[in-house]
Design a protein around this ligand. Structure first.
Ligand code: GUN
Length: 288
């Protein structure tokens, strides 16, 4: 029986800690940390995420502003809003919900968000700082995974971490973080992706297998070593409901610890965003 890594419960603990830190920050500075979220178009999943981000801000005592723009918004109009938010001293964090409508190039928008307010850690400056081991912000999903490993006391030093998936949002930054020196890292890292040959022979060497490939139940028992820690980042909407990228029922008996879907990695992502927004407010006031 694997230990179930309960992201929902951990998220509640972390949010209570953040709420206390927000209260201390407000008392010390008189300033309330504020997140500005931009949503372009009406993608249903994005609507839910953005709404949840707003609620989460309120629950820890932070402000949030939501900018809903129609799907026809032009690149120039969106850049204008980003510029306005970059210059607004009352806004500490800016998040542009992805995906954007096809006619707007995501990189152009993400590059335009001030690196000091980039709570997603998607700006090239922030990505570079992570790679160099001196991060300013960490991207929310990998940050949540690393925090979960730390809080559950899962040893990462010298362990073989296999990351399945090479996205800019999860796979690449996750690999970059786990290879750094320090607590919750110091791992030997392998990144696998859709072109990897003999995938199962590599994933079955993993002490810690982190799966972000976006295919329902892609990871089967044969791909997992006995006693491995399995982290499932997948959120796939299927006829059978939400399923992860890991075949949980088949893999759980082999794993020493595993995240469920839902209730694993998912709840931590927004929690880390709250932490990043508080950090951005601290930066703004020169407090760290
Ligand atoms: N869309 C899916 N994940 C994310 C995320 O972490 N941040 C933003 N801004 N959009 C997303």
């Amino acid at each position: 029986m694997a230990l179930i890594l309960n992201g929902k419960e951990l998220s509640q603990t972390l949010r209570a800690e953040i709420a206390q830190q927000v209260a201390d920050f407000i008392q010390k500075t008189g300033v309330t940390p504020c997140l500005a979220a931009i949503l372009v178009g009406d993608d249903p999943a994005s609507q839910v995420y953005v709404r949840n981000k707003e609620k989460a801000c309120a629950a820890v005592g932070m402000k949030s502003q939501l900018f809903r723009l129609p799907a026809e918004t032009t690149e120039a109009q969106l850049l204008e809003l980003v510029d306005q938010l970059n210059r607004d001293d009352s806004v500490h964090g800016i998040l542009c919900q992805l995906p954007l409508p096809k006619h707007i190039p995501e990189k152009v928008i993400l590059d335009a968000i001030s690196a000091d307010k980039d709570v997603d850690a998607f700006h090239p400056t922030n990505v570079g700082l992570i790679l160099q081991g001196r991060p300013r912000f960490l991207p929310c999903t990998p940050f949540g995974i690393q925090e979960m490993l730390k809080r559950y006391g899962i040893e990462t030093s010298g362990k073989h971490v296999v990351v399945l998936g090479r996205s800019d949002i999860v796979g690449k930054p996750m690999a970059a973080m786990m290879v750094q020196r320090g607590a919750g890292a110091d791992s030997t890292v392998t990144v696998c992706h859709s072109r990897t040959k003999d995938l199962a022979s590599i994933t079955s060497q993993a002490d810690i297998l982190i799966v972000a490939i976006g295919k329902p139940k892609f990871v089967t028992a044969e791909m997992v070593k006995d006693g491995a820690v399995v982290v499932d980042v997948g959120i796939n909407r299927t006829d059978a409901g939400l399923v992860g990228d890991v075949d949980f029922a088949a893999v759980e008996p082999k794993a020493s610890a595993i995240t469920p879907v839902p209730g694993g990695v998912g709840p931590l992502t927004i929690t880390m965003l709250l932490g990043n927004t508080l950090k951005a407010a601290n930066y703004k006031l020169g407090l760290n």
